[in-house]
Design a protein. Structure first.
Lengths: 182, 243
């Protein structure tokens, strides 16, 4: 149903968007490595987003630890205490939107009609059930912000028609910077 | 000088004069012959010119006739074309009017389709209610879990107390053990219920997001349809104006 090339392309898209969403304190792209399973910390929350077309749906989840470090990453003005849960949630949603939006833009090169959901934040303890949802391809990734902080991310694809495409970040560089008209 | 000599000299002079006269006569005769030849040639040219002129006149007459014929044909063709164009324009106008009617219908249908957004908003509201409901169930389950944990402690204490009481507490001990067993089952059930609630959160969220993203995909397609429809209508109107 979904070719190995399409799976690899989806993973590359996701990793590329994660690297363009999260940066280290030094301003460099965060390292992203594949893991067997997302293991969010206790009290972590996850932002869930979806890209849907009539032939597939792609679920993405970002697990944000409920830690002072995460707060300092996302809300630099905060003191790490109760720096406004709303601001933290807004930041999580914004990062999720950025990440999912990049994937949506890239996957739109191959599929004419796609739609993206708004972000929803739920408890990360729902995360392990992602692979219980119908899916043809699921991968888990770890984004290392620094030695103490990491963000887990999951990708889950469910398709109803054969999918086969090839995507490489390098091949898209030449068109970046073009104006987009809506 | 003798008469013979004089006569001979006279004859010689006369001969010379005569020869000279003959020579001059010959020259004049040659000139006349040339003039005659020139006159004959000129006459021949005049005849040829007359023939050519007559031919030209003939050709001119034929050309004029042909031009008149072509003019007549051209006028007939122009009239035919004008009639055909008028007919085509009438048909085009009729088709345009018909397409205008259809176009209004399509525009109305597109407007109606945009109304779907309200449906998505309703789904969003439903989703919010569902998630709030799930949160309420989480809270109740947490409370239930605390009660169960307390029950486990109470049952354990009861078992200890019954053991202290010895033979008199045996019956109480059986009840306490039963209570412990029930508490353990209730705790397991509560934990399982909690897992189900988290799974339910994810299923609810992804189901709703599928509808929401699908709705946005449909709205995107409707926007594309509207744009194509507008371009088509503008192009038709422009082509009619140009015609």
């Amino acid at each position: 149903m979904i070719s190995a090339s399409a799976c690899a392309s989806l993973d590359r898209m996701f990793v590329h968007s994660l690297q363009n969403t999260f940066f280290t304190p030094e301003g460099e792209r965060a390292a992203v490595t594949q893991v067997a399973q997302s293991l969010p910390d206790a009290g972590a929350q996850m932002v869930v987003l979806m890209i849907a077309s009539h032939t597939f749906r792609l679920v993405m989840a970002l697990h944000f630890p409920q830690a002072g470090e995460a707060l300092r990453l996302l809300v630099p003005d905060s003191d790490g205490g109760d720096a406004g849960p709303h601001a933290f949630r807004d930041q999580m949603s914004e990062r999720g939107n950025m990440c999912c939006g990049m994937v949506n833009r890239e996957i739109g090169r191959f599929f004419a009609h796609t739609g993206m959901s708004t972000p929803h934040i739920i408890d990360s303890r729902s995360g392990p059930f992602m692979t219980a949802l119908p899916h043809a391809h699921a991968t888990h990734w770890r984004v290392a912000i620094d030695a103490r902080l990491h963000i887990d991310a999951s990708l889950c694809m469910h398709n109803r028609a054969p999918m086969d495409f090839e995507w490489h970040a390098d091949a898209q560089q030449e068109v970046t910077g073009e104006l987009e008209f809506f | 000088m003798s008469l013979v000599a004089i006569f001979a000299a006279g004859m010689a002079c006369a001969g010379a004069v005569f020869s000279l006269w003959i020579w001059r006569l010959k020259i004049r005769l040659r000139g006349c012959a040339q003039q005659l030849q020139a006159l004959q040639s000129a006459r021949a040219n005049t005849d040829e010119c007359d023939a050519l002129r007559a031919e030209i006149d003939g050709l001119r007459a034929a050309g004029q006739a042909a031009a008149m014929e072509w003019r007549a044909r051209s006028s007939a063709l122009e009239a035919q074309h004008a009639q055909a164009l008028q007919s085509a324009m009438q048909q085009a106008h009729q088709a345009f009017d018909a397409s205008q009617g259809s176009s209004h219908e399509v525009a109305g249908a597109i407007r109606d389709l945009y109304g779907m957004e309200m449906t998505f908003e309703r789904w969003h509201a439903d989703m919010t209610v569902l998630l709030a409901h799930n949160r309420g169930m989480h809270a109740k389950n947490e409370e239930f879990s605390l009660i169960v944990r307390q029950m486990v402690m109470v049952a354990l204490n009861a078992s200890i107390e019954s053991a202290r009481a010895g033979a008199t507490g045996r019956g109480f001990g059986i009840v306490a053990n039963e209570m412990r067993s029930l508490s353990a089952r209730a705790e397991a059930l509560s934990m399982d219920y909690r897992r189900t609630l988290y799974e339910n959160d994810l299923i609810t969220t992804t189901t709703f997001q599928d509808m929401q993203a699908g709705g946005r995909m449909i709205l995107g397609a409707v926007r594309g349809l509207e744009l194509s429809h507008r371009k088509g209508t503008e192009a038709t109107a422009l082509s009619l104006e140009c015609a």
